[in-house]
Write a protein of this length. Structure first.
Length: 305
């Protein structure tokens, strides 16, 4: 008998958790009586009654399969996902949303693929129940960072214990976990699913948070900004050298008009803007180095049931 852990990052999910519990338990008890189940709910500092709802479920059903990890405050979705992975003890670990946008019944197909020998099973979003802007930004995000992954992206995934242990050995603070999953290797299977529209509660992800996640992911896995800075620096240096030759030519042969205020100001503005841009990009990398050096905990657990 194998143990399967299912991890949920919970933030402001009051109302959906009881339905989620009933559906996930029914799906596993009906289809996989040969496997044991572990349900890990990580409460990421929810300000609603999410924690009370989870505790109520555990007490009502007297279900020892439910583990509750409650943070002392909101540390963000990535910290909640990592905490679930740290506490999961299963032979296979499933990460899924707690807002019912990921269908619990999709786990059936994922477990079957794992039983067939796949060590990583990714359910990618073939269709979305989301707005056009969210679809566009999501597709752009994954196209830039993970070009070989289906454009809808993913966060609904099953990891065999070997793959889970390999990912947990990564101790970086600023993580893009989809990249971590794909970078460890092992036998992987992609299966499509329809991501549902959220019907209970309100999404906590706005455009600013999505952009923040993009910046963290982009800088953590890509050296492109630094390379672009180098290319821009070289390009403008060459352009400046060529332009200086034309100025010298004008000075010796055709004379210069009015002292050259316009070209000087243009150059100052362009070069000054580039310098500020490059310093900003360097600052993003330096801030992450500083954040790693400080070694602060990714999350702090207040209650553990």
């Amino acid at each position: 008998m194998s143990l399967i852990s299912v991890c949920f990052a919970v933030y402001q999910n009051e109302g959906s958790l009881t339905i989620l519990y009933d559906r996930i338990v029914r799906a596993f008890e009906t289809n996989f009586p040969q496997h044991s189940l572990e349900l890990i709910f990580v409460n990421d500092g929810s300000k609603d009654n999410s924690l009370k709802e989870i505790i109520g479920l555990k007490e009502k059903h007297n279900d020892e399969r439910i583990k509750i990890i409650s943070f002392s405050r909101n540390f963000g979705q990535m910290a909640a996902i990592l905490a679930g992975w740290d506490y999961a003890t299963g032979d296979a670990v499933i990460n899924m949303a707690a807002d019912l946008q990921d269908s619990p019944e999709q786990c059936i197909e994922m477990v079957k693929e794992w039983e067939n020998g796949n060590e990583i099973v990714v359910s990618y979003r073939e269709t979305h129940g989301q707005s056009f802007i969210n679809k566009l930004t999501s597709r752009t995000f994954y196209k830039l960072l993970l070009p070989k992954v289906p454009p809808g992206g993913f966060d609904f995934v099953l990891l065999a214990r070997k793959a889970m242990d390999a990912i947990n050995r990564n101790k970086e603070r600023n993580r893009f976990y989809q990249y971590d999953i794909l970078s460890v290797g092992f036998r992987i299977k992609f299966i499509p699913y329809h991501k549902l529209e959220r019907t209970i509660g309100k999404s906590q992800y706005n455009l600013i948070k999505r952009f923040g996640n993009f910046m963290v992911a982009f800088i953590s896995v890509s050296y492109l900004p630094l390379r672009l800075m180098t290319l821009l620096g070289v390009s403008f240096s060459i352009s400046g050298f060529i332009y200086s030759l034309s100025i010298l030519n004008a000075y010796f042969y055709s004379g210069t008009p009015f002292p050259g205020w316009a070209p000087i100001m243009i150059l100052l503005l362009i070069i000054g803007g580039l310098i500020m841009l490059m310093l900003g990009v360097l600052g993003e990398y330096i801030w992450r180095i500083y954040d790693e050096i400080k070694g602060r905990p990714k999350y702090i657990v207040d209650k553990e049931l």
